[in-house]
Design a protein around this ligand. Sequence first.
Ligand code: NDP
Length: 466
Amino acid sequence: MQVKETKKKRKLIEKEGGEKIMDAKVKQFMEGVIKRNPGESEFHQAVQEVAESVMPFIDANPKYKKAKILERIAEPERVIMFRVPWKTDKGEVEVNRGFRIEMNSAIGPYKGGLRFHPTVYLGILKFLAFEQVFKNSLTTLPMGGGKGGSDFDPKGKSDNEVMSFCQSFMTELSRHIGPDTDVPAGDIGVGGREIGFMFGQYKRIRNEFTGILTGKGLNWGGSLIRPEATGYGCVYFVEAMLNHLGDSLNGKVCTVSGAGNVAQYTVEKVNQLGGKCVTLSDSGGYIYDKDGIDANKLAFVMKLKNIKRGRIKEYADKYGCKYVANKRPWDVKCDVAFPSATQNEINKEDAKALVKNGCIAIGEGANMPTTPDGVEVFQKAKICYGPGKAANAGGVATSGLEMSQNSLRLSWSREEVDKRLHNIMLDIHAQCVKYGTSGEHVDYVKGANIGGFVKVADSMLDQGIV
Ligand code: NDP
């Protein structure tokens, strides 16, 4: 009996010792990253999360360590920063800053969205580009990782002003992108309107009709299902996590944040699978509609947000439901939560409230919407936590399908694209299960990080020290 106890204790001490050594290695690695990228807290956060998952894996596979793969993955291949001058309707000159981070091209041309939002700076775009590398790898398609954008705020600007800005932005960006080099798409503040203005300008400058952007209009090279893809994909991923436990979304009450592209199509797909979404939000606050946001109400939201460009409060005014200003919807009781607005929108307290209220699954439509201590709460509670780089990969996957159709000069049907999207999401889920299962539980963070890492790392090894 005593011998058994002693053995158990020794094992525990060895395990704890091993964990301490690993923590020290991650800390040392992160000190280097922070020193080289001062003040870029979102980038540090994203790298740390990946380092914690992949360091033990790298330790067990010394070929990656020897080639300094993690150090190289955390360093962008190229960072482009440029001036974007444009004129307001009143004839005043404005100056914004434009960026493109070309992070990693080991498995294909750089691919990732453009974000137009006043909070945009190098740290946000580097975190997004870094995440994109792993996400794109998980999709099984040949796409490297990149991200770009500007601190320009489209909110409150006329169509003419947005066009003036987009044309100036593309005048410089056009020197750096190409169908086999770097293919941007949309993100926050960049939807069909902005992609159209930028595509038009590229064509005018280069005299080329080619697939340099995805998220294009259907008449000029876009793919069916691309607008729906991120939201639909996220819901398919959550359905796969629940199916893995013998459950499903049918009958589940869901909270959704945001009211843009990702949030809208999340609501649509949840409705189709028999669930009920009760919240939406924007930077002003959230609405709570306990009866559910059905197809008619969703059509109102789409018109409000995509055409009128109004505030979500107008939903509460129209349907007489609750509106809570300056707050996020995480204390509303739900079975499943879909954060679909922006980074770090669920903190530790929000995560605790969700778990306490019985939430069993999280599908991150947004990129890195949960703070590290929030993630810890979900992990400890062992609920199904689908991190953004897996759960929201459907958008870029369908962008990859748009690129394939452009190369083939063909358009696939809605059913064909949706079927491929669905299969890709199931494939991503399977990779997470493969690399993240321990005992009965699937750690989707670990699964997504290691699953995404292996393909990129092996390709980098094949291609030498570049
Ligand atoms: P949209 O611009 O269409 O919508 C963004 C929504 O989030 C708006 O309702 C906006 O409100 C709200 N929002 C943005 N910033 C904040 C903030 N700081 N605080 C509160 N609310 C905020 O963007 P998308 O729907 O395309 O993107 C949403 C998220 O999904 C982002 O994290 C993006 O990176 C991620 N994503 C998007 C993909 C895509 O294909 N579009 C692919 C993968 C991930 P308001 O209008 O008031 O600013």
